[in-house]
Design a protein around this ligand. Structure first.
Ligand SMILES: Cc1cc2nc3c(=O)[nH]c(=O)nc-3n(C[C@H](O)[C@H](O)[C@H](O)COP(=O)(O)OP(=O)(O)OC[C@H]3O[C@@H](n4cnc5c(N)ncnc54)[C@H](O)[C@@H]3O)c2cc1C
Length: 421
């Protein structure tokens, strides 16, 4: 086993981990105590994706939901800021634009990318929400629409500027719709009083016949009522077919004039290139063995959104942070078992439940047989997310930001930080 300090890059590591997200970080934290580890990510930070929508709606600063990877890591772990362009499975090398790095074991945890379901026009026009940059771009865009609308003379153009369409009624879309409607309320009340912005519309489109499909129907109904109570127009059975600059078209021919289409309708496993190519299943995820090993390549483990594994009932494990973290830990433990000549353990997912907020003080949560709603669910959501967030400083700042918002009905980060789009 290679050993030594973690300050200078080496030519060989026991384990390379690709991706410092939920899965990769969980694995690196365990492995770094026992082996030499190289963690590679194209960003120098770990991003807490469940709160990205709050950055996009001026509730939190980007730095408050991110943590530099080097600050989190300890032990015998080296970090490399690089984009992995290819993995040569036969030669056992990870390839970046600058170097080829051999590995003894590899953990692939590059997550997922936005799935536009082949709708090219929508991909070009819509705003995604997968990383900090996208969240900041979206925040700037939303705020700019209000500035533009105040000086726009043409009624139809003005209406399109003030119409915000969110596509996808899963947890991300529901949280986004609730947060946009609250940002709109703050902007109307504090920044644009008397400017006549009564005609702002927030529209949530969902292709299925109910929101929050993985939740119990009663909770879906609670979310629907709560959003409608906030003035969000929820359109069920609405499938997006096309988008142009300034409008979207539904499959049934309906057209909505809007300059803001936020896509929250699904993800695909990372398109990271593996050579030779391997089989991909549903949502472009790569099937793994119960031990999380890649078939035919026992030294390669895949965890998180990219891994395709079914539970005991034959349903694919969800693309969620807890699954990724548990798999990261399980893969790390299996690698350590293998190093010690012990047998590998199959991965078992412990279902902990699901939650979604619908703006301040309202949420739905499904935990085992329990269905929680309203303020109680919101408190559970708040505590869980604070515990989950990495770094004491971030926890404290986020708690203060939420308290500020809760007591003063204010979102203080209403700054546009880029130039005209
Ligand atoms: C907006 C949003 C909200 C969400 N909300 C929730 C929620 O409330 N609850 C929940 O459980 N889940 C939520 N999820 C899902 C959750 O974020 C994912 O399931 C989880 O992040 C998957 O973990 P992962 O380790 O597989 O990938 P990630 O956490 O996405 O990490 C992947 C890492 O790999 C890096 N990377 C990717 N490709 C490369 C490359 N080629 N080279 C180098 N680095 C690379 C990325 O920079 C990233 O740091 C949400 C996702 C989004 C987008």
């Amino acid at each position: 086993m290679i050993s030594g300090g973690d300050t200078k890059p080496r030519t060989m590591y026991d384990v390379i981990v690709v991706g410092a997200g939920f899965g990769g970080l969980a694995a690196a934290k365990i492995l770094g105590k026992h082996a030499s580890v190289l963690l590679i990510d194209r960003h120098n930070y770990h991003c807490f994706t469940p709160l990205l929508y709050q950055v996009a709606t001026a509730g939190l600063e980007p730095e408050e939901i991110a943590q530099p990877v080097r600050r989190i890591l300890s032990g015998n772990t080296f970090f490399l800021l690089a984009e992995v362009t290819k993995v040569d499975l036969a030669a056992r090398k990870v390839i970046t634009p600058e170097r080829e790095i051999p590995y003894l074991y590899l953990i692939l945890a590059p997550g997922s990318v936005t799935n536009y379901f082949g709708l090219r026009s929508v991909e070009e026009q819509a705003f995604g929400l997968k990383d900090l940059q996208e969240a900041v771009v979206l925040r700037n865009h939303i705020l700019r629409q209000f500035e533009k609308a105040t000086v726009e003379g043409d009624e139809q153009s003005r209406a399109a500027m003030l119409t915000f369409v969110i596509v996808g009624g899963g947890p991300t879309g529901v949280e986004m719709a609730g947060a946009v409607s609250e940002l709109v309320a703050v902007l109307k009340r504090r920044d644009y009083r008397g400017v006549g912005l009564e005609d702002v519309r927030v529209i949530l489109l969902e292709a299925a016949d109910r929101l929050l499909l993985p939740f119990r129907p009663a909770l879906s109904d609670t979310a629907l009522q709560a959003l409608r109570g906030k003035g969000v127009e929820v359109v069920l059975g609405a499938k997006l077919a096309d988008a142009t600059r300034g409008s979207v078209q539904l499959a049934d021919g309906r057209v909505i004039h809007s300059h803001t289409v936020i896509w929250a309708a699904g993800v695909l496993g990372s398109p990271i290139q593996l050579e030779p190519e391997v089989l991909r299943r549903q949502s472009a995820r790569i099937p793994v063995q119960p031990t999380l090993q890649l078939p035919d390549y026992p030294e390669v483990y895949i965890v998180g959104d990219l891994a395709f594994l079914e539970d005991d009932q034959g349903s694919p494990l969800p693309m969620m942070a807890p699954v990724a973290m548990e798999q990261g830990k399980a893969a790390a433990e299996n690698i350590l078992n293998d190093m010690k000549g012990k047998s590998l353990q199959p991965f078992r997912h412990r279902k902990r439940g699901m939650m979604a907020t619908i703006g301040r003080t309202k949420a739905v949560a499904q935990i085992g047989f329990l269905s929680l709603r309203g303020f109680a669910a919101w408190v559970v959501w708040l505590v869980a997310h604070l515990m989950w967030l990495i770094g004491f400083r971030n926890k404290l700042i986020v708690l203060l930001a939420w308290a500020w918002d809760y007591f003063l009905y204010d979102r203080s980060i209403r700054v546009i930080t880029d130039d005209e789009e």
